[in-house]
Design a protein around this ligand. Structure first.
Ligand SMILES: NC(=O)c1ccc[n+]([C@@H]2O[C@H](COP(=O)([O-])OP(=O)(O)OC[C@H]3O[C@@H](n4cnc5c(N)ncnc54)[C@H](O)[C@@H]3O)[C@@H](O)[C@H]2O)c1
Ligand SMILES: CC(C)[C@H](C(=O)O)[C@@H](O)C(=O)O
Ligand SMILES: [Mg+2]
Length: 345
């Protein structure tokens, strides 16, 4: 039997997770869905954002569906206090999920919801491949009364394996990879660039490779997004660039993600956005990034390509038919969005 562990988390997390579970039950008859507390909710219940029990449950699942964590209640500058985000980083690392795929494909129906002009958006279709278990997120952290430090560290192996994910992905797309770094300043970036070129020369010479500095990439994402096919970049740059790229789709509430990398364990599927504390509890959150993450779970986690495409198509059709949540300039609530998508299944 297929087992999915769900981690609704905090803020709008539970509101967008509930309808996603209904979609899972629709597409995977008899699916066993096991829900666990996670993030801030887990800090409140157990004093830690990710308990050993939840991690053990996740390891036995076919896939993990996560909504969002965090919120002002747990925001603190005290280094000894537990943080919801530690649960997120902890589960990514513990499951060995180094490859985070964030596809950005603005729909013509939503061009008017974006801050960018239609003619700039038209034809945009990119995949951000974000390294997820290394870099400054996981390097040594220190803090004293007078200073603090975060170490950015990458091994050659970590860069090599994420480069391969990006090149492989490009082969199934437009065959172009932009490797984004800060090689004019950072030593980790200079080695990143060298390793990416070595992997390219050895095994992927058929794929076009471009280097781009991260500051320039941020500008190019807004100025000329259609030039990109696959962007591969380190953890922190990928975090920032993918939120910027989300706005090409009209809203952060539209961008899904899949975290993969361990062939023997489950993948983790979650929207790119956070727990949106400013709108939590109002029933107005856009659940579409969560639904599209569920589609990625069907595709990458359960090898159910037909079902994944059907769900993506239902989202497209609902938007074509006029579905607009508040973040997209409309008035539809979370339940209405779910009903609008359900109509096309
Ligand atoms: N994967 C995750 O769990 C994740 C990701 C990012 C941020 N966070 C956490 O979320 C908390 C809030 O962070 P933030 O406010 O910087 O980012 P956020 O992504 O939660 O929200 C940014 C803005 O986008 C809006 N927004 C986001 N998702 C939306 C949706 N589905 N529908 C409608 N509007 C949406 C919010 O209302 C807010 O105005 C922080 O604690 C942060 O650490 C968690
Ligand atoms: C909440 C935070 C730790 C997380 C990250 O930085 O990875 C989020 O912003 C994301 O993009 O998934
Ligand atoms: Mg982020």
């Amino acid at each position: 039997m297929t087992k999915i562990v769900t981690l609704p988390g905090d803020g709008i997390g539970p509101e967008i997770c509930a309808p996603a579970v209904e979609l899972l039950e629709h597409f995977v008859p008899g699916v066993e869905v096991e829900e666990h507390v996670f993030g801030g909710a887990s800090i409140d219940a157990h004093g830690t954002a990710l308990t050993d029990e939840v991690l053990a449950a996740a390891k036995t699942a076919d896939a993990v569906l996560l909504a969002a964590v965090g919120g002002p209640k747990w925001d603190t500058t005290d280094p000894s206090a537990p943080r919801p985000e530690q649960g997120l980083l902890g589960i990514r690392k513990a499951l060995g999920l180094y490859a985070n795929l964030r596809p950005v494909r603005p729909l013509p129906a939503l061009y008017d919801s974006s801050a960018l002009k239609r003619e700039i958006l038209d034809g945009t279709d990119m995949l951000v491949v974000r390294e997820l278990t290394g870099g400054i997120y996981f390097g040594e952290k220190t803090r004293t009364e007078t200073d603090a430090s975060d170490l950015c560290h990458y091994t050659v192996e970590e860069v090599d394996r994420i480069a391969r994910v990006a090149f492989e992905a490009a082969r199934g797309r437009r065959n172009l990879v932009h490797s984004v770094d800060k090689a004019n300043v950072m030593e980790t970036s200079r080695q990143w660039r060298q390793v990416v070129h070595e992997v390219h020369g050895a095994d992927f010479a058929d794929v076009q490779l471009e280097d781009q500095l991260v500051d320039s990439c941020a500008m190019q994402l807004i100025a000329n997004p259609t030039q990109f096919d696959v962007i591969v970049t380190e953890n922190l740059f990928g975090d920032i660039l993918s939120d910027a790229a989300a706005m090409l789709s009209g809203s952060l509430g539209m961008l899904p993600s899949a975290s993969l990398g361990n062939p023997d364990g489950p993948g983790l599927f979650e929207p790119v956005h956070g727990s949106a504390p400013d709108i939590a509890g109002q029933g107005v959150a856009n659940p579409l990034a969560m639904f599209l993450s569920t589609a990625m779970l069907l595709r990458h986690g359960l090898a159910m390509e037909t079902e994944a495409a059907a769900l993506e198509s239902a989202v497209d059709q609902a938007l074509d038919a006029g579905l607009r949540t508040r973040d997209l300039g409309g008035t539809a609530g979370t339940d209405e969005a779910y009903a609008a998508v359900r109509k096309y299944l």
